[in-house]
Design a protein around this ligand. Sequence first.
Ligand code: SF4
Ligand code: SF4
Length: 186
Amino acid sequence: MEGVRYTGIPSAAELAACPGIPSEERMRKGRVAVIECVQEIPCNPCEGICRFGAITVGAHITNLPVLDEEKCTGCGQCVANCPGLAIVIVNKAYSETEATVEFPFEYLPLPEKGSEVDAVNRAGETVCRGTVLAVTKLPAYAGTAVVRLAVPLELADEVRSMKRLPRTGLKKGPEPWVRERPEKEV
Ligand code: SF4
Ligand code: SF4
């Protein structure tokens, strides 16, 4: 049995039928939301957060969100706002050889900008190395950071997150993600 109901991972058929996935042409123009929401669940915060009107759930809250790829600016507001962690931002115009993928990340420690990490697919399997370009954390979504990775262009449809980093050097602080400083560091 495959599909999100049985494995927690959307199947190729479910993704192909999903109204939240932009076209290849749009992804090659620049940043755009890829909404891999394939279960008809009662949920719609993505529709409310998008100030460009690019996401429509509509009158029936169990409708799948529909992306208007031309209205989407790739601003990324919907990524951390989605309780299902179903939205990423893909940019296949990043360079001749690389794309960027931005995804919600709720594990500590957070990666450092410029570091290399293991990029993983929807099943959590490592598919390549990725370079961390940015880590953002909006005050409204304190528990959910958004990580932007540069990955090989041909893997942009596969990479959906990164492997968790070892929990070393963390301590309780005013914010739980504060990293303990080594003694010598001033
Ligand atoms: S990335 Fe921005 S413009 Fe695009 S759907 Fe999300 S909130 Fe709307
Ligand atoms: S907020 Fe996320 S889980 Fe909810 S409908 Fe939108 S994409 Fe699906």
